[in-house]
Design a protein around this ligand. Structure first.
Ligand SMILES: Nc1nc2c(ncn2[C@H]2C[C@H](O)[C@@H](COP(=O)(O)OP(=O)(O)OP(=O)(O)O)O2)c(=O)[nH]1
Length: 207
């Protein structure tokens, strides 16, 4: 069975490979802002699951010659201070966020869409979001500036990482760490099971 990861995220690929999966990567290139614009009254869970599903569905067409595949799409956003935010994109936005986040907590939501695809047709799907409470440390302004200067926080949801430089500034989490990094292993196992796939069978599969 082919396991297709519909994501350019090195973090998601790394989590899956460390957990015994050899995904084929197909970047979806979904216009996330356009999807969000079409969901004016959606809850945070609805936003991240809609984005995850859009990413997974986008790559299905490439699988017409594949008899049996699993396609996984994900999307991560941080809910804090009453806002749902993705990647900061600029140093100014990252700094403004960290000045608010420091010493507080937020909820990192990751939407997951797991599709069973046979010859390019979706035979089954399972979609859900995972939520992890993140308690931020209180870095000094100088530490925040140094962190932003590395560039890392600009391209990650919520302007922080758990498993890289950002880890110095996370006091703790309540929930699944893999979901914060980019893909929840326990939730993905449950979603795979819901579409008739045992994750342990995938451990033995090749690309
Ligand atoms: N290594 C690491 N990366 C993180 C962490 N938190 C968030 N990220 C990354 C994972 C994703 O690459 C990115 C979240 O953005 P998206 O969910 O939109 O995915 P991205 O645009 O990277 O790729 P995709 O849309 O799936 O092709 O932030 C973390 O704690 N550790």
């Amino acid at each position: 069975m082919r396991f297709v990861l519909a994501s350019q995220s090195p973090a998601r690929l790394g989590v899956l490979k460390a957990a015994g999966i050899e995904p084929v990567v197909r970047v979806s290139g979904v216009d996330e802002d356009a999807v969000i614009a079409g969901l004016p009254n959606a809850s945070p869970e609805q936003v991240v699951t809609a984005l995850a599903e859009a990413k997974a569905r986008t790559v299905v067409g490439d699988l017409e010659r594949v008899e049996d595949a699993v396609v996984v799409g994900c999307d991560s956003m941080l809910r804090f201070d009453g806002q749902l935010v993705g990647k900061p994109g600029t140093p100014e936005v990252a700094k403004a966020r960290w000045l608010k986040m420091a010493g507080g907590e937020g909820t990192l939501l990751t939407g997951h869409a797991v599709l069973r695809v046979r010859h390019g047709v979706i035979a089954d799907s399972a979609i859900a979001a995972e939520k992890t409470v993140v308690r931020f440390a209180s870095p000094t302004v100088a530490e925040i500036d140094a962190y932003i200067a590395t560039g890392e926080p600009l391209q990650v949801a919520g302007a922080f990482t758990l498993d890289s430089l950002g880890g110095w500034f996370v006091d703790g989490i309540d929930g699944d760490p893999s979901s914060v990094i980019g893909i929840s292993l326990p939730l993905t196992r449950r979603l795979l099971s819901a579409i008739g796939v045992s994750v342990t069978d995938l451990w033995r599969s090749t690309k």
